[in-house]
Design a binder for this molecule. Structure first.
Ligand code: KMH
Ligand code: ZN
Length: 310
């Protein structure tokens, strides 16, 4: 009998797009980040993609001390793979963005594969009363943010983190980013199997149509052949539909409040685990199994949870 497909569920717990005003469920204290991450792992996420936030005002933080407040707690309570963001707050220099990963040497890190105007400014119109002073300007002025990920930046991340044997989640927001990744592969920067996160629906990147998913997948097949594993992140309302399609196409999926605050049309999610439980149910009902952390480690050739520095 054919082996059932194992689907890796990544859960991105909190991130750089959303702010506390947008949802009370978005975690920003170490306690909430840790407990939501653990619950997401218990619900079926084998990879936890993590950003830190300033616990006093909920803003995105790159301070390694803010990561130190939750990473050991997550490690003690779950066997899930920890993936630390190097995307940072979208406005910070690459050296600062790498600092948490360099200090904690996780099994995985994100690595954004091209520069873009990563924008979420249309969200600002939806809210009147902001909880913290920084939020409105942060969201509104994202129409001017250049999310800088030059070839030199990508090289800096690789040179700094390759000695830690970290597997990258290569975040590709458009088809050109796949070619950037191929160029880097050809220069020997990354060794297979690489892990690509196809990202759809971020303003400034490719839109969330199924046609685009097929186009990205076909392009990656051509460029990387057997050397890659892949996953899909649909932002906002595209999260569950694209994750469902990806899993049916043989791919892996990413959910979490970093990428969408919702559990259904117009209904805010109560927490990250609720989104994990939903995609898990869909994946299993449609005939696949979810991957355990150990299966994920094998599939992505990770160094192992005993080789992290937290
Ligand atoms: N929220 C994603 C679309 C990173 O952390 O490196 C972007 C992201 C960036 O995950
Ligand atoms: Zn992220």
């Amino acid at each position: 009998m054919a082996r059932r497909q194992k689907t890796v569920i990544t859960c991105a717990i909190t991130g750089a797009i959303h702010t506390p005003t947008m949802s009370g469920a978005l975690p920003f204290t170490p306690d909430d980040i840790a407990s939501q991450a653990v619950a997401a792992a218990e619900a079926g996420a084998s990879v936890l993609h993590l950003h830190a936030r300033n616990p006093h005002d909920g803003s995105v933080s790159l301070d390694p001390e803010h990561f130190a407040a939750f990473l050991p707690r997550i490690k003690q309570a779950t066997d899930a793979v920890v993936n630390i963001s190097t995307g940072g707050s979208l406005k910070t220099a690459i050296e600062d963005r790498i600092a948490p990963a360099k200090r904690f040497s996780p099994e995985m890190c994100s690595l954004n594969m091209g520069s873009m105007n990563f924008s979420f400014h249309p969200l600002a119109k939806r809210y009147d009363n902001w909880t913290f002073d920084w939020e409105k300007d942060y969201v509104e002025s994202s129409d001017g943010y250049i999310f800088r990920n030059t070839f030199r930046d990508i090289g800096t991340v690789a040179e700094s983190l390759n000695p830690h044997d970290i597997k990258f989640e290569h975040e590709c927001y458009d088809v050109g980013h796949l070619y950037n990744l191929k160029f880097c592969m050809d220069t020997g920067l990354f060794k297979p199997p690489i892990f690509i996160q196809f990202i759809f629906g971020i303003l400034g990147g490719i839109g969330p149509e199924v046609d685009n998913l097929i186009f990205m997948k076909r392009t990656a097949d051509r460029l990387f052949g057997e050397d890659y594993r892949w996953s899909v992140l649909g932002a906002g309302g595209a999260q569950m539909p694209l994750a469902t399609t990806a899993s049916q196409m043989g791919g892996n999926v990413r959910v979490g409040l970093e990428d969408s605050l919702f559990i259904a049309r117009g209904k805010l999610a109560e927490n990250n685990a609720q989104q994990v439980a939903k995609i898990r149910r869909i994946v299993e009902e449609l005939g696949h199994d979810i991957a355990t952390p150990e299966e994920t480690r094998e599939m992505l050739a990770l160094k192992g949870g005993d080789r992290v520095a937290f």
